[in-house]
Design a protein around this ligand. Sequence first.
Ligand code: CDP
Ligand code: CDP
Length: 230
Amino acid sequence: RDRQPIIAIDGPAGAGKSTVARQVATKLGLVYLDTGAMYRAVTWLVLQQSIAIDDECAIAELANQCKIELTPSQDLQSPVRVWIDDTDVTQAIRTIEVTSQVSAIAAQGAVRQALVKQQQSWGKRGGLVAEGRDIGTHVFPDAEVKIFLTASVGERARRRQQDFKKQGQPEVNLEQLEKDIAERDWKDSTRKVSPLKKAADAIELQTDGLSVSDVASQIVDYYQQRLSQW
Ligand code: CDP
Ligand code: CDP
């Protein structure tokens, strides 16, 4: 093989992709790649520059010219720091404003083309756990291990509510969270360009009632089983 293995993890919002991918990467000594953070960073820049969400030309130019960096950090809350054009946007990309606009921007073909190109160049040598919506179907179609993580909308909304609580943020209404999540799921899975979809050769893991470490060990076991077959 001309590169190290790649683990692709896809699934809807709140399925546990980032938390699980981080654990798996740590256990296996692989690099963790959060592709959602890249779409969020571009969205943050669009909002910051007051560009209209439907100005696809201006946004395409921005996506092609901006410099996105993901660097490891010691902070347990956010183990990866996210930078765009040398501005630290680690916290800023998680706001409700960014979350509510990111799917519209991620649906734009030119934006995806720019970010996927970057992801593929980072992944050339493999050795990573990449998570997002189109990793197994589009970014790394030849990934050795493909996982599609799911959970019910109710469970995913509860997880997000807990996240806000832990961060000391004001209580967020569960029904509102369910509505936001369902709307984002719908936008992400019905868009024309690389929609959220389980790859034909992905393993689907339904995670309702499972802990993060349960899910991570299942993936590590599966990876090791596959590794022994190569
Ligand atoms: O963490 P959460 O599930 O809320 O979202 P995320 O992974 O940070 O991704 C934010 C948004 O970026 C998603 O709702 C998608 O619209 C978009 N995205 C995408 O289109 N393709 C990816 N590979 C990753 C994210
Ligand atoms: O990246 P994605 O949006 O798919 O989900 P996440 O941000 O990794 O997970 C959302 C929250 O659910 C985190 O606080 C996880 O600790 C929690 N979670 C969980 O409680 N049980 C799981 N099996 C997976 C995640």
